[in-house]
Design a protein around this ligand. Structure first.
Ligand SMILES: [Zn+2]
Length: 312
């Protein structure tokens, strides 16, 4: 797949691709949930891609109930934006998306945020498990200082200088999950660890004190002391999560320049999504884009709760 593919230039081809991806077993009625019990409404009186459910008699198209709903932007442009975002390792700015799609910056900005919403995991299962290792680490993004590790002292000053704290879990050879947190105390991090990491996992962290009590709740807990440049000691390292942070920071600094506190969680969902569906796991750009298209449904309510109007 490349940028000249018909699904990126032709709205009908884009719709057919979206239908094939989201409805592999036939149309799914977004009103009553019934599968493959709909009639395609054909003829000049109906817009292309309109279906009527034989069970509840409601009408729908492939975009009803998705983050693409109620948009005047043609579907081929939505698919192109989705492809650009899922294939750009360090992210792509809304300005660049706007120029590539031929839409205004404002429209591109809303599209990018909706696509980020589709990247968020809907019901995330715990990571890790028996025989698996999950690395946990925290970092700061934003502000002028780059790549500085988070000591307790600068963690306290974060609010004052526009920096934000990110806490990330990475399963080795697996997914990443990141959180925007207020601070790095055990009280803040423990609930995230026990909710998102299977207790049968081996936990790997730096040797900061906040991880010691919660570490006992996992199958094992090993630490790396970054303070004395001890980054790798056999299997005890946090290189995996460090690699994730390095990509995130290059994206935040190089592509987005500034990420506001209000939107940070959305950017984290974007970087988590690409990392969790990366080429090293056998997922290429086309597969990653289709995975994203399968995630566009069922998230519209979350979007509405953010208080943004459907401008795109
Ligand atoms: Zn129905």
């Amino acid at each position: 797949m490349n940028l000249t593919a018909p699904i990126f230039t032709d709205a009908d081809k884009a719709r057919e691709h979206l239908e094939a991806t989201r409805w592999p077993h036939g149309p799914i009625c977004p009103h009553c949930g019934v599968i493959d019990e709909a009639t395609a409404l054909k003829g000049s009186a109906h817009r292309a891609g309109l279906y009527q459910c034989n069970a509840c008699r409601e009408q729908f198209t492939i975009t009803v109930g998705t983050v693409f709903e109620r948009s005047k932007v043609p579907l081929n442009k939505w698919l192109l934006a989705t492809y650009l975002m899922s294939s750009s390792k360090k992210g792509i700015s809304a300005h660049q998306v706007g120029r590539t799609l031929g839409v205004t910056y404002k429209t591109a900005w809303f599209m990018c945020h909706r696509i980020r919403e589709a990247m968020a995991e809907a019901n995330p299962a715990p990571m890790g498990g028996e025989g698996k290792t999950v690395e946990a680490d925290e970092s700061v993004v934003g502000g002028k200082e780059k790549n500085k590790r988070l000591s307790k002292r600068n963690a306290k000053n974060i609010g004052a200088v526009g920096k934000q704290v990110v806490f990330t879990l990475v399963e080795r050879s697996g997914r990443a999950r990141s959180f925007h947190v207020a601070n790095v105390s055990g009280k803040t991090l423990r609930p995230l660890l026990v909710k998102h990491v299977d207790r049968k996992s081996a936990l790997m962290t730096d040797d900061a004190g906040q991880y010691r009590p919660v570490g006992k709740e996992f199958a094992s807990h090993e630490t790396v002391n970054h303070g004395i440049e001890e980054y790798v000691r056999g299997n005890a390292h946090s290189n995996t999560v460090e690699g994730f942070f390095s990509l995130l920071k290059r994206g935040v600094v190089g592509t987005f320049h500034h990420v506001s506190e209000a939107h940070l969680a959305r950017y984290l969902a974007e970087f988590d999504f690409r990392y969790s569906n990366r080429i090293a796991l056998g997922i290429n750009d086309t597969m990653r884009t289709d995975e994203l298209l399968r995630g566009i449904g069922g998230k519209r309510l979350t979007y509405r709760r953010t208080g943004e109007a459907a401008h795109a």
